[in-house]
Design a protein around this ligand. Structure first.
Ligand code: UDP
Length: 412
């Protein structure tokens, strides 16, 4: 199965957004949808569960359909070898040295070739997410189609050789989209900026009452009367869970707190088990740390954890965006996060959260927030307003439709 069935039941998303987030972006979104009405849009990525892209597509596809732009979502099939190669590519694009052998390159292209046969790519507008399916444009483009490559990775320190392998495939698209202006590489096609976004109505983000929060967290036996510091992330080295533990140890010398590291793995991420083992080793014997391995559909548990947290943490070493931050800010949580990649778009230092650059800095700011309820409240309120304005799905949907409308006009 390559086609992902997106849940279409339940109340209208558009009406829900109007009620929860106001009119922002909805007018422009509807106007753009009218211009593109009837054109078929196909989203392509490499996993239906786990990670931010899948999180976004489950709801964005539904929203676009509701707007009258028929949208489907295709997941390219892959094998363990392919996911190993694409993880190397992912890390190398984020600046961690990695090498692609001749055999790796051949296998990467072969899996793309098979996907070109297997996927239903006969829409009018094709939106390719991230490097895994990037070669499809060179293999399956038909006349009249518009192909856009949507990159969720911070390319500002990309490994040159790996990028040079991908670049001609990227250049076979009509345009590319990046989350932040500093990520844009030199390309012979137009580049657009559109950061990711969250869905305020999804199970992950909707309002929960105290009873629902208690019930969702009951199975985990977390302390009731101790402030919680929470990082929600796949167990991935670039999310630096071990660094969070080290910062927490410093914080604990000064303040009482309990650390929760909650995460699962993604189908296309082979490193998760290794990183989880490293984390467990680091926290062995500590009663003030809970490491929660969650199934991919634990949306309500994550929602409850974020809402119950005193401080949300995202100590990533590299980051395309970190949806987890918008999720925490939307819930008015005071947030400490690394000043990397797309994070500073969301965390404006001292206004919507606190940015850090080291284990010591992270420990300092976590301690500061644990001690200052007024500061937590101020940052949380400003964070919520910031996400409402910039990082909810109607804005991202509007951006994609605007890009496709422009490309469609240019083709006339
Ligand atoms: N997430 C989840 N379960 C987990 C870990 C993460 O549902 O065990 C969600 C998280 O709430 C967020 C997304 O997956 O919505 C991760 O997106 P982000 O941009 O933060 O990181 P990525 O995993 O894409 O690098």
């Amino acid at each position: 199965m390559t086609l992902v069935a997106v849940r279409e039941d339940g109340p209208s998303l558009l009406e829900g957004y109007r009620a929860v987030a106001g009119e922002a972006h909805l007018g422009a979104l509807a106007a753009l949808a009218r211009r593109l009405r009837g054109r078929r849009l196909v989203m392509v990525n490499s996993t239906a569960t786990g990670g931010g892209v899948a999180e976004i597509l489950h709801r964005l596809v539904r929203l676009l359909n509701e707007l009258g732009v028929p949208t489907t979502w295709e997941v390219m099939p892959g094998d363990a070898q392919f996911y190993g190669i694409t993880k190397t590519i992912h890390n190398a694009l984020h600046g961690r040295p990695g090498e692609l052998s001749r055999a790796d390159r051949a296998h990467f292209l072969e899996v793309n070739r098979q996907a070109a046969d297997a996927l239903a790519l006969d829409g009018d507008l094709i939106l390719i997410h991230d490097p895994q399916p990037v070669a499809l444009a060179t293999l399956r483009r038909r006349a009249g189609q518009r192909w856009v490559w949507r990159c969720h990775i911070d390319l500002s320190r990309a490994d040159r050789e790996v990028w040079e392998f991908l670049e001609p495939r990227v250049a076979a698209h009509d345009a590319a989209v990046f989350s932040h202006v500093t990520f844009v590489p030199e390309l012979p096609i137009p580049a657009y900026i559109a950061p990711p976004s969250i869905d305020p109505l999804a199970e992950k983000n909707r309002e929960l009452d105290e009873g629902e929060i208690d019930a969702s967290l009951a199975p985990f036996g977390l302390p009731q009367d101790t402030p919680l510091l929470v990082q929600v992330s796949r167990f991935d080295r670039l999310k630096d869970p071990v660094g969070v533990v080290d910062a927490f140890r410093l914080t604990r010398k000064r303040e009482r707190a309990h650390l929760v590291l909650a995460g699962g793995s993604a189908d296309d991420d082979p490193e998760g088990a290794e990183v989880l083992a490293e984390v467990n080793e680091r926290v062995a014997g500590r009663k003030d740390v809970s490491v929660l391995l969650l199934p991919p559909d634990a949306h309500r548990v994550i929602n409850a954890l974020q809402r119950r947290s005193t401080v949300a943490v995202q100590k990533s070493l590299r980051e395309g965006f970190a949806l987890t931050i918008s999720e925490a800010l939307w819930k008015r949580r005071a947030t400490v996060a690394s000043a990397v990649g797309g994070i500073p778009l969301q965390v404006i230092h001292e206004r919507t959260g606190l940015l850090v650059r080291s284990v010591e800095g992270c420990a300092f700011q976590m301690t500061r927030l644990l001690r200052d309820a007024m500061l937590r409240r101020r940052l949380g309120q400003a964070g919520h307003a910031h996400v409402r304005e910039h990082f909810l799905h109607p804005r991202e949907a509007r951006d994609y439709l605007a890009i496709f409308a422009r490309l469609a006009d240019a083709a006339k």
